[in-house]
Design a protein around this ligand. Structure first.
Ligand code: NDP
Length: 315
């Protein structure tokens, strides 16, 4: 049978390119988990994904109710689940004030981390039950959360501190809208959320890899300077960022190339190692990359897990 893979945020950028790459192998049915049904349908058509190799299912990660509904609807579809890709993200670098999810969490961390945290926890059993030769849970990370890299050192730097803002509900009322309890900064909130993604992947690995045989992985696909992620940025940035990445940092990858990389982490039979953060070298070969001190802090990962469980109503 074909493998079944859920990709969140498959309506544009990296998620769409990955959906296309996997669908084209003929070995995968892609469930595009998207907040905008029509946009996702149009996107799938525009890149030529054939009708029988995908379905669109509604998921709004900025609402925990929607995440729960998605998990139920998916289960009712009767499809086994062989891979889950947590890819969707929002990035709000120019926001002056925080905005919030349906449950009142700051939007970047609420969407990128808490929505995916609940989704992955709810679908873990489904993955566990898969009889596919390999089963994988992938959470897309980023270099920007890694302060051991040049890109990760561009201010404002990621820093979760002692998680006091998150523990307080991240709602801007009783607590700060920032994980570390500081003043709101949209760019930092995104980077913090990416650190959460990478910590969560490792905590999943520690808690569940042995018991379930699921491969947990994260990755930095390269700088895909052309995606919708930068849509909220100022126009001059959007104009100069792609050539800057292409010619100065040389970190630029096309959406197609990045999609091929993520598809590799989903389906390459040799990438079965769990707990790994993948990156690619200049020759486009994958290698196990090092995470920053904070993004590999096991104690922080455990604490993040416990606080997140409470916020999404699992504990
Ligand atoms: P895009 O903005 O192109 O794609 C983001 C996707 O997330 C869109 O499909 C968007 O849906 C979806 N999304 C946003 N909010 C929600 C929500 N509440 N519920 C469901 N879906 C939602 O960005 P990219 O493709 O660049 O980003 C994909 C991943 O890659 C992210 O995890 C990002 O952090 C990571 N990444 C990107 C890099 C880059 O250089 N671009 C570098 C490193 C990592 P909609 O189409 O409806 O807006």
């Amino acid at each position: 049978r074909k493998g079944n893979v859920i990709i969140t945020g498959a309506s544009s950028g990296l998620g769409l390119a990955t959906a296309k790459a996997l669908a084209e192998t003929g070995e995968w049915h892609v469930i595009m988990a998207c907040r905008n049904f029509l946009k996702a349908e149009k996107a799938a058509k525009s890149v030529g994904i054939t009708k029988e190799s995908y379905s669109v299912m509604h998921l709004d990660l900025a609402s925990l109710e929607s995440v729960r509904q998605f998990a139920n609807t998916f289960r009712r579809s009767g499809r086994p689940l062989d891979a889950l890709v947590c890819n969707a993200a929002v990035y709000l670098p120019t926001a002056k004030e925080p905005t919030y999810t349906a449950e009142g969490f700051e939007l970047s961390v609420g969407t990128n981390h808490l929505g995916h945290f609940l989704l992955a926890r709810l679908l873990l059993d489904d993955l566990k039950q898969s009889d596919y030769p390999y089963k994988r849970l992938i959470i897309v990370g980023s270099i920007t959360g890694n302060t051991n890299t040049l890109a990760g050192n561009v201010p404002p730097k990621a820093n979760l501190g002692d998680l006091r803002g998150l523990a307080g509900g991240l709602n801007g009322i009783q607590s700060s809208a920032m994980i570390d309890g500081g003043d709101f900064d949209g760019a930092k909130a995104y980077k913090d959320s990416k650190v959460c993604n990478m910590l969560t992947m490792q905590e999943f690995h520690r808690r569940y890899h042995e018991e379930t045989g699921i491969t947990f992985a994260s990755l930095y696909p390269g700088c895909i300077a052309t995606t919708g992620l930068f849509r909220e940025h100022i126009p001059l940035f959007r104009l100069l960022f792609p050539p800057f990445q292409k010619y100065i940092t040389k970190g630029y990858v096309s959406e197609e190339e990045a999609g091929g990389r993520l598809a590799q982490v989903v389906s390459d039979p040799s990438l079965t190692k769990s707990g790994v953060y993948w990156s690619w070298n200049k020759n486009s070969e994958s290698f196990e990359n090092q995470l920053s001190k904070e993004a590999s802090d096991a104690e922080k990962a455990r604490k993040l897990w416990e606080v997140s469980e409470k916020l999404v109503g699992l504990a």
